[in-house]
Design a protein. Structure first.
Length: 95
């Protein structure tokens, strides 16, 4: 089973230096089972590109140059709800 830790390792060892230099502040979605990655200007753009290319996989998304894709403590309730909808969609549960 592929884990978030696998994706983080791929990012740290193989992608971080070049992607952070080339695409600062953008997002990367990593599909660790195939080692493929998809860069987008938003979380959704990167996640959708990964989902379209590999619909059976759930990508790991990180914001380049940041510790996390989102800082939830600063997000509004509406934004948090959007994040939950995106997460459900990525898992294949629409609603």
């Amino acid at each position: 089973m592929v884990t978030t830790e696998d994706a983080k390792s791929i990012y740290e060892k193989e992608l971080k230096e070049s992607l952070e230099r080339e695409f600062p502040g953008q997002y990367v979605a990593i599909v660790s089972s195939s080692r493929r990655h998809f860069v987008g200007t938003s979380f959704l753009e990167a996640a959708l590109a990964a989902r379209e290319a590999e619909p059976e996989q759930i990508p790991f998304v990180i914001r380049l140059g940041h510790r996390a894709a989102f800082h939830i403590e600063a997000a509004s309730t509406r934004r948090h709800a959007s994040i939950e909808r995106i997460t459900r969609w990525l898992r294949g549960v629409r609603g």
